[in-house]
Design a binder for this molecule. Structure first.
Ligand SMILES: [Zn+2]
Ligand SMILES: [Zn+2]
Ligand SMILES: [Zn+2]
Ligand SMILES: [Zn+2]
Ligand SMILES: [Zn+2]
Length: 177
């Protein structure tokens, strides 16, 4: 799949759209036909083994080894201005397409990440916007420290327990009588 056209701030010329997915070329790749029809790398690579060995646009015979990546075109598209994928949710970031990935991993407040307690079993996806609320009220795997006796509480686990086990803790909590 390519990059959705509505992500770009300026209107994208039809010449930069993939003939398979109709989105903006992602990993622009020549099929190897004489007309130089160009597709997303993923689109044409999954087309050739599953749908036959002809260029989708002109039916000329092409093979996996006739494919040719156009990095220069990727660099041009990489410089175009895009909106964040979470613009609809409220993110107002705009920048070059090449910088979008690092915006999403490093500073988008709306990008979903696994909860920081995923390694313990939490399956919830959170954004920087919802993380605090989730940890405070919604995460079953966040550790709590006994509000009665703190870490020195005589209960099981010495006063540190998972939020979802709090009622269990209170039944054994030494200071919670
Ligand atoms: Zn495509
Ligand atoms: Zn072609
Ligand atoms: Zn964003
Ligand atoms: Zn969680
Ligand atoms: Zn306790």
């Amino acid at each position: 799949m390519g990059i959705p056209t509505e992500r770009f701030v300026e209107k994208v010329d039809d010449g930069f759209l993939c003939g398979i997915c109709s989105e903006v070329l992602k990993g622009a790749t020549l099929s190897g036909c004489k007309e130089q029809h160009t597709y997303c790398s993923e689109c044409i690579k999954s087309w050739i083994p599953s749908r036959g060995t002809s260029c989708p646009a002109c039916r000329e015979k092409v093979t996996e080894s006739s494919l040719f990546g156009l990095k220069a075109l990727d660099r041009i598209i990489g410089g175009w201005r895009v909106k964040c994928e979470h613009a609809g949710a409220g993110c107002d970031w705009q920048g070059s397409f090449a910088d979008l990935a690092s915006h999403l991993t490093d500073d988008c407040l709306y990008q979903l990440h696994p909860c920081r307690f995923a390694h313990k079993g939490c399956l919830v996806q959170v954004s920087s916007k919802t993380l605090y609320r989730h940890l405070e009220y919604g995460c079953d795997y966040n550790e709590s420290i006994c509000p009665r006796g703190g870490r020195d509480c005589g209960g099981e686990g010495k006063g540190i327990y998972l939020a979802r086990n709090s009622s269990e803790h209170f039944t054994v909590c030494g200071r919670h009588k």
